[in-house]
Design a protein around this ligand. Structure first.
Ligand SMILES: [Zn+2]
Length: 287
Protein backbone atom coordinates (compact mmCIF):
# COMPACT_ATOMS: atom_id res chain seq x y z
CA UNK A 1 0.00 0.00 0.00
CA UNK A 2 1.29 3.45 -0.93
CA UNK A 3 1.78 5.84 1.94
CA UNK A 4 2.84 9.34 2.83
CA UNK A 5 4.27 10.37 6.17
CA UNK A 6 4.33 14.01 7.21
CA UNK A 7 6.49 15.04 10.09
CA UNK A 8 8.28 17.76 11.91
CA UNK A 9 11.83 18.25 13.07
CA UNK A 10 10.54 19.96 16.13
CA UNK A 11 13.27 22.12 17.57
CA UNK A 12 14.53 23.07 14.14
CA UNK A 13 11.29 24.37 12.54
CA UNK A 14 11.43 22.07 9.55
CA UNK A 15 8.45 20.34 7.93
CA UNK A 16 9.18 17.07 6.14
CA UNK A 17 7.15 14.57 4.12
CA UNK A 18 8.04 11.38 2.27
CA UNK A 19 5.90 9.22 0.01
CA UNK A 20 6.11 5.76 -1.49
CA UNK A 21 3.97 5.85 -4.66
CA UNK A 22 5.06 2.66 -6.41
CA UNK A 23 1.60 1.08 -6.78
CA UNK A 24 -0.03 4.38 -7.76
CA UNK A 25 2.53 5.10 -10.49
CA UNK A 26 2.36 1.51 -11.75
CA UNK A 27 -1.44 1.87 -11.94
CA UNK A 28 -1.00 5.11 -13.90
CA UNK A 29 1.45 3.38 -16.24
CA UNK A 30 -1.09 0.67 -16.98
CA UNK A 31 -4.05 2.95 -17.70
CA UNK A 32 -1.98 5.31 -19.86
CA UNK A 33 0.16 2.54 -21.42
CA UNK A 34 3.27 4.66 -20.89
CA UNK A 35 6.79 3.83 -22.09
CA UNK A 36 9.76 4.30 -19.70
CA UNK A 37 10.59 8.00 -20.25
CA UNK A 38 6.90 8.92 -20.11
CA UNK A 39 6.44 6.69 -17.05
CA UNK A 40 9.35 8.32 -15.21
CA UNK A 41 8.12 11.85 -15.95
CA UNK A 42 4.53 11.03 -14.99
CA UNK A 43 5.68 9.21 -11.83
CA UNK A 44 7.81 12.16 -10.72
CA UNK A 45 5.00 14.67 -11.30
CA UNK A 46 2.48 12.40 -9.52
CA UNK A 47 4.84 12.08 -6.53
CA UNK A 48 5.46 15.85 -6.57
CA UNK A 49 1.71 16.53 -6.42
CA UNK A 50 1.32 14.06 -3.53
CA UNK A 51 4.13 15.78 -1.61
CA UNK A 52 2.68 19.26 -2.22
CA UNK A 53 -0.71 17.95 -1.02
CA UNK A 54 0.85 17.42 2.42
CA UNK A 55 0.40 21.19 2.95
CA UNK A 56 -3.31 21.26 2.01
CA UNK A 57 -6.27 21.91 4.27
CA UNK A 58 -9.54 19.94 4.07
CA UNK A 59 -11.31 20.34 0.74
CA UNK A 60 -8.29 21.66 -1.13
CA UNK A 61 -6.50 20.35 -4.22
CA UNK A 62 -3.19 21.04 -5.90
CA UNK A 63 -2.23 20.52 -9.53
CA UNK A 64 1.23 20.49 -11.10
CA UNK A 65 1.42 21.11 -14.82
CA UNK A 66 4.76 20.81 -16.59
CA UNK A 67 4.85 22.11 -20.15
CA UNK A 68 7.95 21.82 -22.27
CA UNK A 69 9.17 21.93 -25.87
CA UNK A 70 10.53 18.36 -25.65
CA UNK A 71 8.75 15.26 -26.99
CA UNK A 72 6.66 14.68 -23.81
CA UNK A 73 4.97 18.08 -24.34
CA UNK A 74 2.94 18.14 -21.12
CA UNK A 75 2.72 16.23 -17.85
CA UNK A 76 -0.04 16.90 -15.32
CA UNK A 77 -0.92 15.54 -11.90
CA UNK A 78 -3.53 16.61 -9.40
CA UNK A 79 -3.83 15.54 -5.76
CA UNK A 80 -6.42 16.39 -3.13
CA UNK A 81 -6.21 16.69 0.66
CA UNK A 82 -7.01 12.98 1.05
CA UNK A 83 -4.05 12.03 -1.19
CA UNK A 84 -6.30 10.96 -4.03
CA UNK A 85 -4.14 11.61 -7.06
CA UNK A 86 -4.54 11.41 -10.84
CA UNK A 87 -2.35 12.38 -13.76
CA UNK A 88 -1.55 12.14 -17.44
CA UNK A 89 1.27 12.69 -19.89
CA UNK A 90 0.43 14.15 -23.29
CA UNK A 91 2.76 11.76 -25.15
CA UNK A 92 2.71 8.38 -23.38
CA UNK A 93 4.88 6.53 -25.90
CA UNK A 94 8.27 8.16 -25.34
CA UNK A 95 11.48 6.30 -24.61
CA UNK A 96 14.68 8.26 -25.05
CA UNK A 97 17.26 6.05 -23.39
CA UNK A 98 19.37 6.77 -20.36
CA UNK A 99 21.58 9.61 -19.17
CA UNK A 100 24.15 7.70 -17.14
CA UNK A 101 22.02 5.30 -15.14
CA UNK A 102 19.01 7.59 -15.05
CA UNK A 103 16.12 8.08 -17.40
CA UNK A 104 16.66 11.35 -19.25
CA UNK A 105 13.46 13.13 -18.23
CA UNK A 106 15.04 16.59 -18.58
CA UNK A 107 15.69 16.15 -22.30
CA UNK A 108 12.23 14.64 -22.85
CA UNK A 109 10.57 17.63 -21.15
CA UNK A 110 12.81 20.31 -22.69
CA UNK A 111 12.50 24.00 -21.93
CA UNK A 112 9.25 25.39 -20.62
CA UNK A 113 7.25 26.08 -17.50
CA UNK A 114 6.11 24.47 -14.28
CA UNK A 115 2.71 25.70 -13.13
CA UNK A 116 1.20 25.02 -9.74
CA UNK A 117 -2.54 25.55 -9.44
CA UNK A 118 -4.08 25.41 -5.99
CA UNK A 119 -7.81 24.92 -5.62
CA UNK A 120 -8.50 26.43 -2.22
CA UNK A 121 -12.21 25.55 -2.35
CA UNK A 122 -15.04 28.07 -2.84
CA UNK A 123 -14.08 28.49 -6.54
CA UNK A 124 -10.92 30.22 -5.51
CA UNK A 125 -7.79 29.35 -7.49
CA UNK A 126 -4.22 30.38 -6.94
CA UNK A 127 -1.85 29.85 -9.83
CA UNK A 128 1.84 30.50 -10.07
CA UNK A 129 4.54 29.41 -12.49
CA UNK A 130 8.29 29.34 -12.94
CA UNK A 131 10.45 28.53 -15.94
CA UNK A 132 11.93 25.04 -15.90
CA UNK A 133 15.49 24.87 -14.59
CA UNK A 134 16.37 21.31 -15.64
CA UNK A 135 13.10 19.63 -16.59
CA UNK A 136 13.99 16.87 -14.13
CA UNK A 137 10.95 17.91 -12.04
CA UNK A 138 12.43 17.66 -8.51
CA UNK A 139 14.82 20.61 -8.99
CA UNK A 140 12.08 22.53 -10.79
CA UNK A 141 9.64 21.96 -7.95
CA UNK A 142 12.24 23.04 -5.36
CA UNK A 143 12.93 26.14 -7.47
CA UNK A 144 9.19 26.87 -7.61
CA UNK A 145 8.87 26.61 -3.81
CA UNK A 146 11.93 28.81 -3.27
CA UNK A 147 10.99 31.50 -5.78
CA UNK A 148 7.22 31.50 -5.92
CA UNK A 149 6.29 30.59 -2.37
CA UNK A 150 9.49 31.80 -0.66
CA UNK A 151 9.86 28.49 1.18
CA UNK A 152 13.47 27.28 0.96
CA UNK A 153 12.94 23.60 0.15
CA UNK A 154 14.65 20.46 -1.03
CA UNK A 155 12.79 17.94 -3.15
CA UNK A 156 13.80 14.46 -4.26
CA UNK A 157 11.67 12.44 -6.69
CA UNK A 158 12.51 9.08 -8.17
CA UNK A 159 11.06 6.35 -10.35
CA UNK A 160 12.80 3.05 -11.00
CA UNK A 161 11.57 1.07 -13.98
CA UNK A 162 12.06 -2.68 -14.43
CA UNK A 163 13.30 -4.19 -17.71
CA UNK A 164 9.72 -5.31 -18.43
CA UNK A 165 8.79 -1.57 -18.24
CA UNK A 166 6.82 -1.94 -14.99
CA UNK A 167 7.40 0.43 -12.07
CA UNK A 168 9.49 -1.17 -9.35
CA UNK A 169 9.89 1.90 -7.15
CA UNK A 170 8.43 5.39 -7.14
CA UNK A 171 8.37 8.07 -4.49
CA UNK A 172 10.18 10.97 -2.96
CA UNK A 173 10.54 13.38 -0.12
CA UNK A 174 10.29 17.09 0.55
CA UNK A 175 11.99 19.17 3.21
CA UNK A 176 10.58 22.61 3.85
CA UNK A 177 12.04 25.23 6.11
CA UNK A 178 10.03 27.81 8.02
CA UNK A 179 10.99 31.47 8.49
CA UNK A 180 12.33 30.60 11.96
CA UNK A 181 14.68 27.85 10.69
CA UNK A 182 18.26 28.61 11.71
CA UNK A 183 20.75 29.14 8.85
CA UNK A 184 23.18 26.57 10.31
CA UNK A 185 20.48 23.90 10.15
CA UNK A 186 19.85 24.73 6.48
CA UNK A 187 23.61 24.36 5.85
CA UNK A 188 23.63 21.03 7.70
CA UNK A 189 20.68 19.73 5.66
CA UNK A 190 22.17 20.88 2.38
CA UNK A 191 25.36 18.96 3.12
CA UNK A 192 23.40 15.92 4.27
CA UNK A 193 21.13 15.93 1.22
CA UNK A 194 24.05 16.21 -1.20
CA UNK A 195 25.28 12.84 0.10
CA UNK A 196 21.99 11.05 0.47
CA UNK A 197 20.99 8.24 -1.91
CA UNK A 198 18.18 8.82 -4.43
CA UNK A 199 14.59 8.27 -3.25
CA UNK A 200 14.09 5.39 -5.72
CA UNK A 201 17.17 3.60 -4.30
CA UNK A 202 15.80 3.97 -0.76
CA UNK A 203 12.45 2.50 -1.83
CA UNK A 204 14.13 -0.33 -3.76
CA UNK A 205 16.01 -1.26 -0.59
CA UNK A 206 12.66 -1.60 1.20
CA UNK A 207 12.51 1.63 3.18
CA UNK A 208 9.11 3.02 4.20
CA UNK A 209 8.44 6.80 4.16
CA UNK A 210 9.53 7.37 7.76
CA UNK A 211 12.79 5.49 7.21
CA UNK A 212 13.37 7.59 4.08
CA UNK A 213 12.96 10.78 6.10
CA UNK A 214 15.31 9.60 8.84
CA UNK A 215 17.87 8.66 6.20
CA UNK A 216 17.47 11.99 4.38
CA UNK A 217 17.69 14.41 7.31
CA UNK A 218 19.58 12.41 9.95
CA UNK A 219 17.59 14.04 12.77
CA UNK A 220 14.73 12.74 14.97
CA UNK A 221 11.30 13.20 13.40
CA UNK A 222 7.97 13.69 15.10
CA UNK A 223 5.29 12.09 12.88
CA UNK A 224 2.28 14.36 12.37
CA UNK A 225 0.32 12.27 9.90
CA UNK A 226 0.43 8.94 8.05
CA UNK A 227 -1.98 8.54 5.13
CA UNK A 228 -2.53 6.19 2.26
CA UNK A 229 -2.23 7.35 -1.33
CA UNK A 230 -4.57 6.17 -4.07
CA UNK A 231 -5.10 6.83 -7.76
CA UNK A 232 -8.58 8.23 -8.06
CA UNK A 233 -10.43 10.12 -10.78
CA UNK A 234 -13.67 11.91 -9.88
CA UNK A 235 -14.83 12.25 -13.52
CA UNK A 236 -18.49 11.61 -14.40
CA UNK A 237 -21.01 11.94 -17.21
CA UNK A 238 -22.13 15.29 -15.72
CA UNK A 239 -18.57 16.63 -15.82
CA UNK A 240 -18.18 15.40 -19.42
CA UNK A 241 -21.37 17.30 -20.34
CA UNK A 242 -20.01 20.33 -18.50
CA UNK A 243 -16.86 20.18 -20.64
CA UNK A 244 -18.97 20.14 -23.83
CA UNK A 245 -20.94 23.19 -22.66
CA UNK A 246 -17.70 25.19 -22.53
CA UNK A 247 -17.30 24.62 -26.29
CA UNK A 248 -20.24 26.96 -26.89
CA UNK A 249 -23.44 26.87 -28.88
CA UNK A 250 -21.98 26.90 -32.43
CA UNK A 251 -19.65 24.03 -31.81
CA UNK A 252 -22.40 21.93 -30.20
CA UNK A 253 -24.81 22.70 -33.07
CA UNK A 254 -22.18 21.45 -35.47
CA UNK A 255 -21.90 18.20 -33.49
CA UNK A 256 -25.69 17.83 -33.57
CA UNK A 257 -25.78 18.40 -37.33
CA UNK A 258 -23.46 15.41 -37.80
CA UNK A 259 -26.16 13.30 -36.14
CA UNK A 260 -23.66 11.06 -34.35
CA UNK A 261 -23.00 10.07 -30.76
CA UNK A 262 -19.94 11.90 -29.43
CA UNK A 263 -17.29 9.93 -27.56
CA UNK A 264 -15.40 11.73 -24.80
CA UNK A 265 -12.44 10.15 -23.09
CA UNK A 266 -11.22 11.33 -19.68
CA UNK A 267 -7.58 12.50 -19.88
CA UNK A 268 -6.83 11.19 -16.41
CA UNK A 269 -8.41 7.73 -16.27
CA UNK A 270 -9.26 6.92 -19.92
CA UNK A 271 -12.89 6.28 -19.06
CA UNK A 272 -15.14 6.83 -22.08
CA UNK A 273 -18.43 8.73 -22.04
CA UNK A 274 -20.91 8.60 -24.90
CA UNK A 275 -22.97 11.72 -25.44
CA UNK A 276 -26.05 11.15 -27.60
CA UNK A 277 -27.48 13.66 -30.07
CA UNK A 278 -30.49 13.95 -27.75
CA UNK A 279 -28.20 14.94 -24.85
CA UNK A 280 -26.42 17.47 -27.07
CA UNK A 281 -29.79 19.02 -27.98
CA UNK A 282 -30.65 19.30 -24.27
CA UNK A 283 -27.34 21.07 -23.65
CA UNK A 284 -28.14 23.69 -26.30
CA UNK A 285 -31.51 24.30 -24.58
CA UNK A 286 -29.64 24.95 -21.33
CA UNK A 287 -27.34 27.53 -22.94
ZN1 LIG B 1 -11.52 10.20 -15.25
Amino acid sequence: MDQIVKGLIKDENIIVAAAVCTETVEYARKIHDTWPTSTAALGRVITGAVLLASNLKDGQKVMIQVKGNGPLQEVVAECDWLYRVRGYVKKPHIYMGLKGEKIDVGRAIGKGFLNVIRDLGLREYYQSSVSLQTGEIATDLAYYLNISEQIPSAVSLGVFIETDNSVKAAGGFIIQTLPETKPEIIDFLERKLSEVQPASTMILSGMDPLEMLKEAVGLPIEVLQTSKIIYYCPCSKERALGAIITLGRDEIQEMISKGQTVDIECYFCKKKYQITVEELKNLVKEL
